[in-house]
Design a protein around this ligand. Structure first.
Ligand code: PMP
Length: 435
């Protein structure tokens, strides 16, 4: 019997006892190359000396200071770094302890912004059917997976959904990128109008879709068009970069590549790189000023926000990314990874799509490549690939997502940014055997 309440209480897990760079080591000394970065968390691997030292130093200096009494040097320094790097007027960093908290706070800030701007009727959130935004009640309510929400429905806020931008499955035959994007923008506009032109608080989307469908990037101009629709109706744009942000795509903020600035962006995972639990939401000057000029108080908070040790770790992570030019490596190794997967799986009839940005790569498994028919869900192929990969000392993140009732099997690859050319070849070789 175990006293830890595991997410799957009937399952049996190996015990992780140590990590070295890209590798995790279990209680039997078995070594696993971490091609999923946990769940796109671990971007510097394990035992990074500068991060470990920064944590050691900070925790020895100050254990805890509550944000209603004090700010701290690490919190101020990290916020300044993130504000300087974030697009445009995204200048105000509110720290949290993880991704769901960051999304939850973003929803509340959007709502408070409208209330303080004299538009209290703005109460609806629109998200996409293919999305995951977290597991707390607000984040769960807006998420796209109906089966996750089902049991909790009576407790959830009202949320509305539009189609994802998922070209592999949803673009019609003969439809150009521009036509596809226009169709999605029209759908958003109709959704806003059906709810009431001045009733919607925000539209929220993952910049690159993560956990529900294996690293699906938007097609060109998608976010610019969606931003224009939001602006037309005074709807805020919230981007969830909990998975795709902090360098994962080769850019510190994934939306840099899409040429859009959201009103609020949520980040987490890679911010602490697995060394410390930390997340944040960053909002624009306009949102911040409305609160400052209005009530002067954001009605939110948690005990551990802006924890000095977590911030010190995140500063060291940011410094390592810059000093070691890891974003260049993410872009180069990402290209290599996608090319190697395409070559390795060129004859594999069950690999339908290989996509992604940077070291955020998805492999979609299908029953038949030509028809794109999904695999029989009862086969649980994604879970079997994960198990076969683990036997071969490889960690990959599998998903059996559902969208509009259709089941899909995906494998997400999100190795640490320190991956070498050799590591990528090794990952692809083991994955090919497992598949
Ligand atoms: N948003 C996205 C896009 C995520 O991928 C996740 C976690 N998988 C979350 C939010 C929730 O983050 P957390 O698990 O840290 O609460």
């Amino acid at each position: 019997m175990t006293h830890v309440f595991h997410r799957n209480p009937r399952g049996k897990l190996p015990v992780a006892v140590a990590g070295e760079g890209m590798v995790l080591i279990d209680h039997e000394g078995k070594r696993y190359i971490d091609a999923s970065g946990g769940a796109a968390v671990s971007c510097l691997g394990h035992g990074h000396p500068r991060v470990v030292e920064a944590i050691r130093k900070q925790v020895g200096q100050l254990a805890y200071a509550h944000t209603s009494f004090f700010t701290t040097e690490p919190a101020e320094e990290l916020a300044a770094m993130l504000a300087a790097a974030a697009p445009g007027s995204l200048n105000h960093v509110y720290f949290l302890s993880g991704g769901s908290e960051a999304v939850e706070a973003a929803l509340k800030l959007a709502r408070q912004y409208h209330v303080e701007s004299g538009q209290p009727q703005r109460q609806y959130f629109i998200a996409r059917r293919q999305s995951y935004h977290g597991n707390t009640l607000g984040a769960l309510a807006i998420g796209g997976n109906a089966w996750r929400r089902e049991m909790f429905m009576p407790l959830l806020i009202e949320a509305h959904h539009v189609s994802p931008c998922y070209a592999y499955r949803e673009r019609k035959d003969g439809e150009s990128d521009a036509q596809y994007v226009q169709r999605l923008a029209d759908e958003l506009e109709h959704k806003i109008l059906s709810l009431g032109a001045d009733k919607v608080a925000a539209f929220i989307a993952e910049t690159v879709v993560g956990a529900t469908a294996g690293a699906v990037p938007p097609v060109a101009d998608y976010f610019r068009k969606m931003r224009a629709v939001c602006d037309k109706y005074g709807v805020l744009l919230i981007l969830d970069e909990v998975m795709s942000g902090m360098g994962r795509t080769g850019y510190l903020f994934a939306c840099e590549e899409d040429g859009v600035q959201p009103d609020i962006v949520a980040i987490a995972k890679g911010l602490g790189a697995g060394y410390q639990p930390i997340g944040a939401m960053i909002c624009s000057d306009r949102i911040y000023e409305a609160i400052v000029q209005g009530s002067g108080f954001f009605q939110h908070g948690h005990t551990y926000i802006g924890h000095a040790t977590a911030c010190a770790a995140a500063i060291a992570v940011q410094n390592a990314i810059r000093e070691d030019q890891l974003l260049d490596n993410v872009r180069q190794r990402g290209e290599q990874l996608r090319a190697a997967l395409r070559e390795s799986f060129s004859e594999q009839a069950h690999v339908g799509d290989i996509r992604g940005r940077g070291l955020f790569v998805g492999v979609e498994l299908v029953a038949d490549r030509a028809s794109k028919a999904p695999l029989d869900p009862s086969l649980r192929t994604h879970a079997r690939v994960k198990a076969e990969a683990m036997k071969r000392g490889l960690l990959v993140y599998p998903m059996g997502g559902t969208i509009d009732g259709r089941r899909g099997d995906h494998i997400l690859l999100a190795p640490p940014f320190i991956a070498t050319r050799q590591d990528i070849d090794d990952i692809v070789g083991r994955l090919a055997e497992a598949v």
